[in-house]
Design a protein around this ligand. Structure first.
Ligand SMILES: Nc1ncnc2c1ncn2[C@@H]1O[C@H](COP(=O)(O)OP(=O)(O)OP(=O)(O)O)[C@@H](O)[C@H]1O
Ligand SMILES: [Mg+2]
Length: 114
């Protein structure tokens, strides 16, 4: 199992969700987050580091069985990108191995519970 965390631009959330549902990926958690990537420079003024502003983003979290990993990644890349070549700040996808998943209602675990 994998835990896929994607940070995307707010204006792409509906497109990404629609594409995921069309690909039959229907279980998703969406969180409003903020952060900074590599363009938000940390400048030094009078010897002090000036901390960059936090930029609002959307975090999408999906737990999936292994065969779905690439479909989910490809779907997010295709729909979260601005224009054909993408734009700075379009976001990032992090993939982690997921140790366990438990459906609280039934106690099912692992692949069955996803
Ligand atoms: N290494 C990281 N660790 C944690 N969060 C990150 C990391 N990189 C990016 N993020 C989060 O993802 C958001 C979007 O990042 P962003 O797309 O700007 O990445 P980037 O590495 O700067 O790439 P780009 O050059 O395309 O802008 C950031 O605002 C931050 O919230
Ligand atoms: Mg950036």
């Amino acid at each position: 199992m994998k835990l896929i965390t994607a940070i995307i631009q707010e204006d792409k959330l509906d497109d990404v969700r629609e594409a995921l549902i069309n690909a039959e990926i229907e279980r998703i958690t969406v969180t409003r987050v903020s952060g900074h990537g590599r363009q938000q420079e940390i400048t030094v003024q009078r010897g002090n580091k000036v901390i960059p502003n936090l930029i609002p983003k959307i975090q999408i979290t999906i737990a999936c069985n292994d065969p779905f990993e690439n479909l989910i990644i490809d779907t997010i890349i295709q729909t979260a990108k601005h224009g054909k070549d993408g734009k700075i700040g379009d976001g990032k996808i992090f993939v982690q191995d997921l140790k366990e998943c438990i459906r609280i209602r039934t106690g099912e675990r692992g692949n069955q519970a996803i």
